[in-house]
Write a new protein. Sequence first.
Length: 178
Amino acid sequence: MRNLPAFTLAGYEKGRSKLVQALWFAVMNTLFMAWFCPARVRVALLRAFGATIGEGVLIRHRVRVLWPWKLTVGDHTWIGEGAWLLNLEPVTLGAHVCVSQEALLCTGSHDHRAADFRYRNAPITVEDGAWIAARATVLAGVTVGRHAVVAAGTTLHRDLPELTLHTADGRRPIPVPA
């Protein structure tokens, strides 16, 4: 039987003070997500809050990042409108990665077998050249290999090898252009 009042934050470290967390939420919900905020300002705001962001990164409006200090983004990566990086643990996006519109990268989960529903969080890594398509979900502990594709609307709960396409009905190798 589930005992939700027994839930604690044991094993989960937010990484910054409550003041910094509150300041980030204020900035994210007023300026960072706004349509009128230039992409270069979004990058600067993430860096100011501790994210490691490469060169030529494009971050569109309505993107949500839970904790910038747990985010690393490589060069020339795109993060599309409405994407949500729910990074209770580190999220690492390589170079030339595309995270499309409304994709969800979720590093947090719960142990459904434990009465206290304790956290089962783990980092996510998306390697160089990979594509997380529109409304795809990548779950905690997953690595998306180089040049792999997570198809639109699918959920990925285990590692995806490089040059592989993950679809709702299974994985397929991606042909390499000659």
